[in-house]
Design a protein around this ligand. Structure first.
Ligand SMILES: Nc1nc2c(ncn2[C@@H]2O[C@H](COP(=O)(O)OP(=O)(O)OP(=O)(O)O)[C@@H](O)[C@H]2O)c(=O)[nH]1
Ligand SMILES: [Mg+2]
Length: 228
């Protein structure tokens, strides 16, 4: 593919333009909050929360959704998010008054003590139960991994409380054809096909589909207009 896009077919160009229109442009880092009590007030601003196991690709995915390569770095070294990281998407990218994208701390990080793992997981659970105005939760899962008890409990929580959920299977670029089939079979058997999307933040595949799904949950969403 040429950088100037001259070699692209008209169909591919149209697809890329539609995808670009969906991205959360000009998103800014607001801050990192180790305690829920200190987080920005979201009573009037919709929240898109992104959660998942440590190193699953949450920060990279947020950067890809915002088309902003420094966002993940702004919140600390990749793979080390330990606080609730808030990003503000401006009004022109997200109706009606902008929104918050929240990068939750990764749970299940092997290199921290058992006590800290428990505390991080408890913070994620409390956030999901208590944060105001969460319009959709994006559960990020490395496509090579199966759902484990943590992911199963988050899916069960969302089903029980009617929280909209999207499962982003990240690092899809690392799977061969056989592994992709195994992954697809697994999420089909679990009845998760409709809310599961394979994505690659590095190859930028599946990001448009994810953005479309996320935007469909926004109040006053103009996703249909942006996508056509
Ligand atoms: N090949 C590939 N690598 C990825 C992808 N997404 C993330 N990575 C890599 O996976 C590692 C972890 O990514 P992060 O985005 O920092 O993961 P995280 O979930 O935010 O990690 P924590 O902050 O610890 O919870 C980094 O080295 C990324 O470059 C992807 O789609 N494909
Ligand atoms: Mg992170």
């Amino acid at each position: 593919m040429k950088a100037d896009g001259k070699d692209l077919s008209p169909g591919r160009k149209a697809h890329l333009a539609a995808e670009a229109a969906l991205r959360f442009r000009a998103t800014e880092y607001v801050g990192s909050y180790p305690r829920i009590e200190d987080c920005p007030d979201s009573s009037l601003i919709p929240v898109i929360a992104v959660t998942g196991r440590s190193n699953s690709g949450k920060s990279s995915l947020i950067s890809a959704m915002c088309d902003h390569h420094n966002l993940a770095r702004a919140s600390g070294a990749p793979g080390k998010t330990r606080a609730l990281n808030y990003f503000r998407v401006p009004q022109h990218s997200a109706p009606p008054h902008g929104l918050y994208l929240v990068d939750l701390p990764g749970y299940g990080f092997a290199k921290v003590s058992r006590g800290e793992r428990r505390a991080l997981r408890a913070m994620v659970d409390r956030f999901l139960a208590e944060v105001e105005n969460m319009v959709v939760l994006v559960l990020v899962l490395d496509a090579k991994r199966k759902l484990e008890s943590e992911e199963e409990s988050i899916v069960a929580f969302c089903r029980q409380f009617g929280r909209p959920l999207i499962l982003a299977r990240t690092k899809w670029d690392r799977l061969n054809a056989k592994e992709k089939n195994v992954a697809r079979k697994d999420w089909k058997e679990r009845g998760l096909s409709e809310i599961t999307l394979p994505v690659s933040s590095t190859k930028k595949t599946g990001i448009g589909e994810l953005l479309k799904a996320v935007r469909s949950h926004l109040p006053g969403s103009d996703s249909q207009k942006a996508a056509t």
